[in-house]
Every structure is written in C-alpha cells, then in structure tokens.
Design a binder for this molecule. Sequence first.
Ligand SMILES: Nc1ncnc2c1ncn2[C@@H]1O[C@H](COP(=O)(O)OP(=O)(O)OP(=O)(O)O)[C@@H](O)[C@H]1O
Ligand SMILES: [Mg+2]
Length: 235
Amino acid sequence: MEAKTLLEVKNVTAGYPGHVALKDVNFSVAFREAVAVVGPNGGGKSTLLKVIMGLLEPKEGTVLFCNESLMKNREMRTKIAYLPQQSAINPHFPALIEDIVRLGLYGELGLLKSVTKEHEQRIIEALEKVDMASMIGEPFEHLSGGQKQRVLIARALISNPVLLLLDEPTTGLDLKSQESILQTVKDLSEKEKLTVIAVTHDQVFLKNWAERVIRIEQRLTFDGSSSEYFQRSED
Ligand SMILES: Nc1ncnc2c1ncn2[C@@H]1O[C@H](COP(=O)(O)OP(=O)(O)OP(=O)(O)O)[C@@H](O)[C@H]1O
Ligand SMILES: [Mg+2]
C-alpha cells in the first residue's frame, strides 16, 4: 500500500535577486516520514525549508501541502511548524519557559486577547511533548542550550502542526544536549506521529532518527534511505 502523501515539491526553482539557490527540485514526503536534509554550506537547505513553509515563493514550480498551495491558502501554514536555523530569541530574554511557549500562540490570539485556561493547558501539553513540563517556572536564560532548543520546539508545537521543519537543531550544542534533542525529535516522530523534515549534519541524528536522506546542492543530488546514503558516502 502506498503511503499517503503530505508534501509535494514539484520542479521548484527558487532563490534571491541575482542568485538561484534551488534548481528544479522534485520530491514528495509521506505522512509520518522522518527526512533529513543534507548538503554543503550555501547548498540551499534553509531556502528549501523557507519554500516549504511558504515564506519564499518559488520562481518556478509549486509546493503542495495536503494537495493545496500554501501561497494560495495561508491558513494551512498553521499546520506547519518551523524552527529557523538561528533562533531570533535572545538567550538572555528575561522570561519564564512558559512565556516563551506562549509566544507561539500570538498568531492565533493577536497581541490583545488574553490567554484562557485552555491555552494554558496547551502550553503545558507542548512542554510535556519535549519533556520540559517539569521545568515550568524556570527562567529561560537558566536553561542549557539543548533545553532552550526544546522549549523553542514546544513553542513551534503549540499550533498542533502535522509537519515540523527543523533547521540544524543541534548545531553548536554539546554532546549531551545533542542527544536530548535527538530523543525529543524521535519522540515527536514516533509518539506524536509528526512528519519531520530536519536539516542536519549530525551523524548520530542521521543514523538514529532519519529514515530518508535528501541531499541538496542547488539541485537534488541524492534521495534515498539513510542506509543507502551511508553506503554511498563510504564508497
Ligand atoms: N536572504 C538572502 N539574500 C540573498 N541570498 C541569499 C539569502 N539567503 C541565502 N542566500 C544565498 O542562497 C544560497 C543558499 O543559501 P541557504 O541559506 O539556503 O544555504 P544552506 O544550505 O542553508 O547553507 P548553510 O549550511 O550555510 O546553512 C547561498 O548562496 C546564500 O548565500
Ligand atoms: Mg542553512
């Protein structure tokens, strides 16, 4: 039986004024797949996530999410959560972890509406999914790099997305934090049934989480299972 398709990237060419970052990229992702995106610096990996998220319009081609174009149906974007490569949150931002997660509700609430009991419950649930609920009440700045990253993932999860896009979630973290992120992402893939696409160069991540690897160097230069990917790179 063929798995149900969640995302289709069709003949996508995209980039910035005077620069083509992606050229004729084609692939599709099924519900619940765990996909790693690899490739050299400047290869177009972050651009690919921006195109999938609907933040950057392709010059040619289309991206279909649940058979719909995100450029046309902006409401669908709430079903996709995105953790950018470098978080915009200052690590010393004076807030408690639950305040950071609450920021994820602003798309839904606007700045003026107050948070209800139901929202508070969703904040707790999002923190539970990344195993950080026991730290409610802690200032964000007291957390380790890995814990901060998990709180930012909780913020991304608050809208109950079906697709999670992570851009180098473990870069710059120590080994212990990298492992905690790996465990969190595995739980999200396996227990929460989320489809996850993560840009990563982390070998442990590739070996222990990714089912499939996509390599982008302007064009799609590899698309296959992670075991095939490792066989090739060992050639
Ligand atoms: N906002 C922008 N304006 C102009 N050019 C950009 C912009 N963002 C990225 N680029 C260029 O597009 C190309 C692809 O960039 P992208 O950030 O997608 O690469 P990447 O694979 O994510 O690299 P890295 O591994 O360094 O994160 C690069 O040549 C980059 O310089
Ligand atoms: Mg990048």
